[in-house]
Design a protein around this ligand. Structure first.
Ligand code: DGJ
Length: 722
């Protein structure tokens, strides 16, 4: 059960497995004392001694003493020499802040954040820890929540200007965690287009290490996530603490090792894309960050994030539903299609058992390439003379659902929208706008633009029978300027953009609860917990090469569960790598997420069509386990030639094992794969081979898995308890 205990000098948040302890030091400084495995009571003396502080919590703030205090929300300007969580500029131009304890209140349930995505629901408790700077008249309420079913502490901060002068927040981090030592490896997810979320591990050393984005999206290059693992931590064992932002815009995630070899983890908005003016009476809320701890290695960490996504992030009717097997026409046709070509592809898709046909980019305006028409969300009658409704109905007539691509946040200079409303684009007066993929970004900080974007999508959804939307976003921010914002608020634009976007998504979610939304950003460039709050699945990467996907999906799974990952079988030679891999490998990897196809099935030989039919039938029977089972990584593609993972149903009676080797090795023995997550007391049959083994044997001794020959050799095995 989640519980929050307040005593005179301590606040202790805990559930059955984890504890988070805050100390209130003399003078009202909120100190961080502990986060980790549940403890019954916390004396604090040892930790304070470690920091060189009096064991009774007394404190002299002279001589830059704050520099050695483990703080919950350190502010810049009064002796704190490390990077702090908060920078506040006063009306006289100085920056300093002295936050002292005012009150601590406990409430049942999970706090919500107005206008921002945030974890919700479940059996949870909330702590509101109010701190105040009397001179500035600034109240900072630190929000904490603890759940009973996930080992997650959710955090945010609320800033209220109760004084008489304008204040400017120059930094307002979501989370700061002071740790008494630095004996950790930092794990981040970094990549680029078509190679998202490589797992990067480096030892902490003095100074700062970080990942960040000023791209206006969480980005292809870095994820708003950081984990600290004790050296030697593996998938199966070791202590890890990790944090992620529930946010989709520019961010910072980093660690600083300062004096006394202490480490400070911090996540939040990126200062280069942020300030916020707080006039007297105004308030600001920082995006949510979530923090987890596990002593069961990276597997344990991922289990907590996956639980959070399933139970507290993804909303609506698709949250626990079987996701439709889809076929998307993008790589089959790119911009070159007409109704008959699409229907030919859809007919074949229906014949093999696909459930949803998705029409990608190129259906609107006069978009024959990526240099026009974004903003003109009107069907292109040259390609679809009978209109969208007619196409959607014909697709429905084939027994398929119908989905449609949009890139609603963008505007092409060659569009009626731009010709009519050039002021809708983000821009800096007097500067030629920098285009990215021949397009500009709509200024979503403006209410008129928000209304336009909502209506553009909503009108199409109201006028046509559409079951699914792919929401794309294909460029980075530049020319960060708004024609509506006053100079003193211009640096608020990147965050105001996100608030505007979230508002539009909230309205669309509320008005179209039966439409399944999948987010996308040049592949997986906005794969984050913020987007998942509005859209239950995300296109993982434009790279659908089976071997590259082993790495991409492995890295993605550190934080995100299978049901969130769009993963498709595409044609060979692969359009991104030129590699030819067997259909079996492509299918085995793709079925470990929201399964689908990205090709014209008419072009496959009959033998492969038979394989596709069999795979689709199998995925339909195993879908609940594949999407919502517990996912365990077994062999890492970052460490050798082999990738293996297993997904185990909640009752542990069914499991699907995926094993792929990238390059064939001469004279190599079939490996023993030590499985995880099974019930040691149950006996399992491997359906494809007929062999029978105990769960304990499969996990302790392992399963010897023979691979077919050749490169990209792959097997997928079904284990079922007798
Ligand atoms: C980028 C996406 O990642 C692709 O899947 C595709 O939708 C294109 N955009 C279309 O322009």
């Amino acid at each position: 059960m989640p519980d929050i205990i307040i005593t005179e000098k301590q606040i202790h948040l805990r559930n059955d497995r984890i504890s988070y302890v805050i100390g209130i030091l003399e003078g009202g400084i909120a100190a961080h004392l502990y986060f980790g495995k549940r403890v019954e009571a916390f004396s604090a003396a040892s930790v304070l001694r470690r920091w060189g502080l009096p064991e009774d919590g007394s404190l002299s703030l002279q001589n830059c003493a704050l520099n050695h205090v483990p703080q919950e929300y350190p502010a810049y300007g009064l002796g704190e020499m490390r990077e702090g969580a908060l920078i506040v500029r006063a009306a006289d131009g100085t920056a300093s802040c002295d936050l002292r304890f005012v009150s601590a209140e406990i409430a049942d349930g999970k706090y919500g954040l107005e206008g921002l995505p945030a974890s919700f629901g479940g059996n949870a408790k909330t702590l509101r820890l109010k701190l105040r700077d009397e001179l500035l008249g600034l109240d900072v309420t630190l929000l904490y929540a603890i759940f009973d079913n996930c080992d997650i502490i959710a955090r945010s901060a609320l800033f209220e200007n109760r004084g008489g002068q304008p204040l400017t927040l120059e930094r307002a981090a979501s989370l700061c965690l002071d740790l008494p030592d630095c004996d950790y490896d930092l794990i981040t997810l970094s990549g680029d287009w078509a190679r998202e979320r490589d797992v990067i591990r480096r030892k902490l050393t003095p100074g700062e290490m970080s990942v960040s984005s000023i791209r206006g999206a969480s980005s292809l290059l870095a994820s708003p996530f950081a984990a600290l693992a004790r050296p030697g931590t593996t998938e199966a064992s070791g202590e890890v603490l990790a944090a992620a932002l529930v946010y989709s815009g520019s961010f910072y995630a980093g660690v600083e090792v300062g004096s006394r070899h202490a480490a400070r983890l911090m996540l939040g908005l990126n200062d280069r894309h942020f300030t916020w003016l707080l006039q007297p009476g105004e308030a600001f809320t920082a995006p949510e960050a979530v923090l987890t701890w596990s002593e069961d290695g990276f597997d344990g960490m991922s289990a907590q994030f996956h639980c959070l996504c399933a139970e507290h992030i993804v909303r609506g009717k698709f949250a626990h539903a079987p996701r439709p097997i889809l076929l998307n026409n993008w790589e089959a046709t790119y911009f070159g299609f007409d109704e008959e070509k699409l229907l030919t592809i859809a007919r074949k898709a229906a014949e093999v058992g696909v459930e949803l046909f998705v029409l990608d980019d190129g259906w609107f305006g006069h978009r024959d390439s990526d240099n026009s028409s974004l903003g003109d969300w009107v069907v292109d009658r040259r390609k679809l003379p009978n209109g969208l409704r007619s196409l959607a109905e014909k697709v429905h007539g084939l027994g398929l659902k119908f989905g449609l691509w949009f890139e609603p946040e963008m505007i092409s200079p060659d569009s009626d929208l731009y010709r009519t409303h050039p002021e809708y684009a983000m821009q800096i007066r007097g500067r030629t706008p920098i285009e990215g993929r021949n397009q500009l970004i709509l200024d979503l900080s403006r209410a008129d633009v928000q209304d336009f974007v909502y209506s553009a999508v909503a009108d199409v959804l109201r006028e046509n029978p559409i079951d699914y939307v792919k929401w794309d976003m294909n460029r980075n921010f530049s020319n960060v300027g708004s024609l509506q914002l006053p100079p003193e608020r211009m640096r608020e634009l990147p965050h105001r953009y996100m608030l505007g976007l979230y508002g539009v998504l909230e309205r669309l979610q509320a008005d179209f609860p039966d439409v399944l939304f999948e987010s996308c950003s040049s592949g997986g460039g906005r794969f984050d917990l913020g987007m998942l709050y509005y859209m239950p699945q995300t296109w993982c990467s434009d790279n659908t090469d089976a071997l590259c996907r082993c790495r991409i999906q492995w890295g993605t799974s550190l934080v995100f569960p299978p049901f969130s990952m769009g993963s498709h079988v595409s044609a060979v030679p692969n359009h991104q790598t030129g590699r030819i891999t067997p259909i079996r490998a492509r299918a085995n990897v793709a079925m470990s997420g929201c399964f689908g196809f990205e090709l014209d099935l008419n072009k496959l030989p009959e033998s492969e069509i038979e394989e596709v039919k069999a795979v689709i039938a199998r995925v339909k029977t195993l879908r609940q386990t594949l999407l919502y089972g517990r996912f365990h990584r077994l062999l890492s593609p970052f460490e050798g030639h082999d990738t293996a993972w297993i997904t185990v149903s909640e009752d542990r009676r069914e499991a699907v094992l995926m094993f792929t080797r990238d390059l064939a090795q001469p004279d190599t023995d079939a490996p023993m794969l030590r499985l995880r997550g099974l019930d040691p007391a149950l006996i399992y049959t491997v359906e494809e081979t007929g062999e029978t083994c105990g769960g304990d044997e499969l996990m302790r001794s392992g399963l010897c898995v023979a691979l077919p020959g050749g490169d990209a050799a792959s097997v997928s095995l079904t284990l079922r308890a007798l």
